[in-house]
Design a protein around this ligand. Structure first.
Ligand code: G4P
Length: 290
């Protein structure tokens, strides 16, 4: 993920969001189900004020289903329809069309009273980088869609994807709106990094891996022993600080997997990379960080 959020990039992204929002009836916001708070940007409320909204909790296949359900209920109580999904799966994505129509019901009703029938509903997808926006568009497009653009009546310069089905035409802006993460709280930055939502190259993998191990030890204590066949030594747990325990555990994982430097010292950098990769790809199981 190449994005570095310099102020210039943020200003450009904000301007694009503002412009594109004016063109649509509905904004489909994507968040990462593992970090549903950290992967959202509250500025979207102001940027898309007055538009219907749907929240997709994407990558739900990687998240703890109980936590996803808690967050879903909480947001629905605030009046936002929420769809947890795996955007890679066409079957899961297909329910979105009906949700778009439901979310736009008051607009459809307003149109009907004015004698306007079957005006296409226009929607855009928005979210932070790497949350799955392009994946969702690709899954939605499938075979039953067509691209339209630069025709009379279609806003110049914008490409719309026509989604048929459910008795109403839905037009989707083909370029998703990019939102920028809010890094003010350092915990947010760490969660975004763990979920793979920010550029990997600039991060200290060992530090991240230790933070993940501490979190797992507190929230999902069975996962690491099960996956790597190591046990946390009671003795260490009693005398060591959390951080040292995590470093111990990382070394134990490396030893167990034979990830060694020349000599017999554990290569903790490579072990950290293995652990993070196992987490991000779901091999540690379904884990939420919030
Ligand atoms: P973006 O447009 O918002 O930047 O995100 P994009 O669709 O490029 O998706 C980023 C990564 O997340 C991709 O993986 C994609 O396959 C994966 N992804 C998207 N939706 C889901 C989901 O619901 N569940 C899971 N598990 N993964 C999802 P990648 O490794 O970068 O690319 P690829 O090798 O999979 O193509």
């Amino acid at each position: 993920m190449e994005y570095q959020w310099y102020p210039g990039h943020m200003t450009r992204a904000r301007r694009m969001m503002e412009e594109n929002c004016k063109l649509v009836d509905l904004v489909i916001e994507l968040a990462d189900a593992r970090i549903p708070v950290s992967s959202r940007n509250p500025d979207i409320d102001r940027l898309c004020a007055g538009k219907s909204r749907i929240l997709i909790l994407n990558k739900a296949d990687l998240a703890d289903p109980e936590r996803t359900e808690i967050y879903r209920r909480q947001e629905e109580q605030r009046g936002v329809p929420v769809l947890p999904m795996d955007a890679r799966k066409r079957a899961e994505v297909s329910g979105l069309r009906a949700s778009v129509i439901r979310a736009c019901q008051s607009k459809i009703e307003r149109d009907r009273k004015r004698g306007i029938l079957n005006r296409p509903l226009r929607a855009m997808i928005a979210g932070i980088p790497n949350v799955g926006k392009s994946t969702l568009i690709n899954s939605l497009v499938g075979k039953s869609s067509a691209k339209t653009g630069n025709k009379p009546g279609v806003t110049r310069g914008k490409q719309w994807i026509t989604l048929n089905g459910n008795g109403r035409v839905i037009q989707l802006l083909d370029t998703p709106g990019i939102l920028w993460p809010k890094f003010e709280d350092p915990k947010v930055g760490i969660r975004l990094a763990l979920a793979g939502a920010v550029n990997d190259d600039i991060l200290d993998h060992e530090d991240l891996a230790c933070r993940l191990l501490t979190y797992l030890q507190n929230r999902y204590p069975e996962i690491i022993p099960e996956r790597y066949g190591i046990t946390v030594e009671e003795r260490n747990a009693a005398v060591l600080a959390e951080r040292e325990q995590a470093a111990d555990m990382l070394a134990a994982i490396g030893r167990r997997r034979g990830i060694l430097k020349k000599g017999s010292e554990v290569d903790t950098v490579r072990t950290a990379a293995l652990l993070l990769d196992d987490f991000r790809s779901g091999r540690l199981g379904r884990i939420s960080l919030e």
